[in-house]
Design a protein around this ligand. Structure first.
Ligand code: DX5
Ligand code: ZN
Length: 214
């Protein structure tokens, strides 16, 4: 399984060094949590910050847009360095057009589902997606408890992917740590986002190797 640490809970006074630390830990990509204060009751950072972080590492930037109107800022996020553009199916964006626009820019399009949203809601778009992100917490904050009852969504995605011969990646986000990572792998998840557990771990490189061994 791959690991995509979220820098939401990093030390914002030294984001560049934190990103270097993430890279040295041997991770597969970096998860950048963008929050607009409307779609979720929290606010984080936007294209200017991502632009400054881009030259720090070559790791893919997995940008998670927790925004009401993500379609309005797709280009600035791509120009800033986003490689995977994840937006919520519950947002006000025109889903198919937004996916098409991300792909027209040569980037990977991904849809994210909140806990209360049936995973079947993304099925009509699977042919066009590079990745589906299953939230295992209510979006808005790091450090929340893992919702294991979301795992059947991953199993349903694996089955649908096989049935239709597709190759999108399945990612889980929220409350993943040393104790919950194996259940994600067993359900068929390809990538896990790890936020607070990564930055709080005594040995992030060991945690990374553990996740990658699953
Ligand atoms: C929550 C974010 C998650 C979160 C993960 O809205 O989308 O990426 O930062 O952090 P942990 O791993 O601490 O739940
Ligand atoms: Zn996220």
């Amino acid at each position: 399984m791959q690991i995509s640490p979220s820098i939401l809970t990093c030390d914002y006074a030294k984001m560049g060094e934190e990103l270097k630390f993430v890279e040295r830990s041997g991770v597969d990509m970096v998860h950048l949590d963008v929050m607009d204060g409307v779609f979720v009751p929290n606010f984080s950072f936007g294209p200017p910050v991502i632009k400054r972080l881009r030259p720090v590492t070559d790791l893919p930037f997995d940008v998670h847009l927790m925004m009401q109107y993500p379609d309005r800022l797709i280009d600035p996020f791509i120009d800033a360095g986003a490689d995977i553009v994840n937006f919520h199916i519950e947002s006000d964006a025109p889903i198919a057009d937004t996916i098409a626009h991300i792909k027209s820019r040569g980037k990977k399009a991904a849809l994210t589902v909140k806990p209360k949203t049936p995973v079947e809601d993304v099925f009509p778009y699977l042919d066009e997606l590079a990745l589906v992100l299953v939230m295992t917490v209510e979006p808005g904050f790091g450090g929340q408890h893992f919702m294991a009852d979301m795992l059947p969504k991953v199993e349903a995605l694996v089955k649908e992917r096989e049935r239709r011969g597709l190759d999108f990646v399945i990612e889980i986000d929220g409350g993943v740590n040393r104790d919950t990572a194996k259940a994600c792998a067993d359900a068929g998840c390809d990538v896990v986002v790890v936020g607070s557990a990564f930055f709080n771990d005594a040995d992030a490189a060991d945690l990374t190797r553990f996740v990658q061994s699953l």
